[in-house]
Design a protein around this ligand. Structure first.
Ligand code: DGL
Length: 267
């Protein structure tokens, strides 16, 4: 089926998920929406994140998408059920695949979760992990300063090292051997986080597993694009086109030449 896949996030962070989808599903077209006018979602209530997510999914459906990927951990944590109830197309979130990968990676059954305040407060990663294995110990930490650091491009910087050390200080006292980077931006800090935690801790990037789940799902549902279908990428945001394009060009394997502003409140 040659319709595009709809991917959305609160802003630019979901491009790390789009990048993984492009890598693993190079024959698929994408429509990406980044809610750059209303970012961050990570400190907002469930009610607000659900409302924003519904509006975005309404918009994506007008682009005739065959599946929806919630590329935002916070929206996945707070709005996945509501989105599944509102559309007939398959919906893939980032939390469930990330939890599955973490459970498969741990040997000592001690897993750390890093995420936004709202994701950590929701307890969703614990729920999924305990459903997979009730014997797993989960240690969670909200890291609200990571998103602005990434958006400022401070991926390898003294300031970032100091903040990472401060947030992960407690986490290091537990003998975790897998750490979920449970926010779209955090994989871009994996160098600093990895050095802080040491080689014995496996860093789990939910984006990788999400793209893998999406691929399996499209195959099962016979929704994969035919090999001769042209591949297109469309980008939409709610504000700040130039900033979006410069971030996208740093993250994606292909240049973004056009991004369109959408009045998302109208959906
Ligand atoms: N995309 C969000 C997430 O993965 C991070 C940015 C925000 O707070 O909106 O949770």
């Amino acid at each position: 089926m040659n319709q595009p896949i709809g991917v959305f996030d609160s802003g630019v962070g979901g491009l790390t998920v789009a990048r993984e989808i492009i890598r693993q599903l190079p024959g698929e077209s994408l429509v990406y929406f980044g809610d750059t006018a209303r970012v961050p979602y990570g400190s907002k209530s469930k009610k607000t994140v659900c409302k924003y997510s519904r509006q975005i999914v309404n918009f994506l459906m007008t682009r005739n998408v065959k599946a929806v990927v919630i590329a935002c951990n916070t929206a996945s944590a707070l709005a996945v059920e509501e989105i599944r109830d509102m559309v007939d197309v398959p919906v893939v979130d980032v939390v469930e695949p990330g939890a599955r990968m973490a459970a498969a990676s741990t040997k000592n059954k001690s897993i750390g979760i890093l995420g936004t305040e709202s994701t950590i407060k929701s307890g969703i990663y614990e729920q999924y992990l305990h459903r997979l294995d009730s014997g797993i110990t989960v240690v969670s930490k909200a890291c609200p300063l990571f998103v602005p650091l990434v958006e400022e491009g401070l991926l390898e910087d003294r300031v970032t090292e100091d903040i990472v050390a401060r947030y992960l200080h407690e986490m290091k006292e537990y003998e975790i051997d897998a750490l979920v980077l449970g926010c779209t931006h955090y994989p871009l800090l994996r160098g600093v986080i990895g050095r802080e935690m040491g080689e014995s801790v496996k860093l789990v990037n939910p984006a990788y597993e999400t793209a893998k789940s999406l691929k399996e799902l499209l195959r099962e549902e016979e929704l994969l694009a035919s090999p001769e279908a042209p591949v297109t990428y469309e980008y939409y945001v709610s504000d700040g086109v130039e900033r979006f394009i410069s971030f996208a060009d740093a993250v994606l394997p292909c240049h973004v030449d056009k991004t369109t502003v959408v009045d998302i409140e109208a959906y």
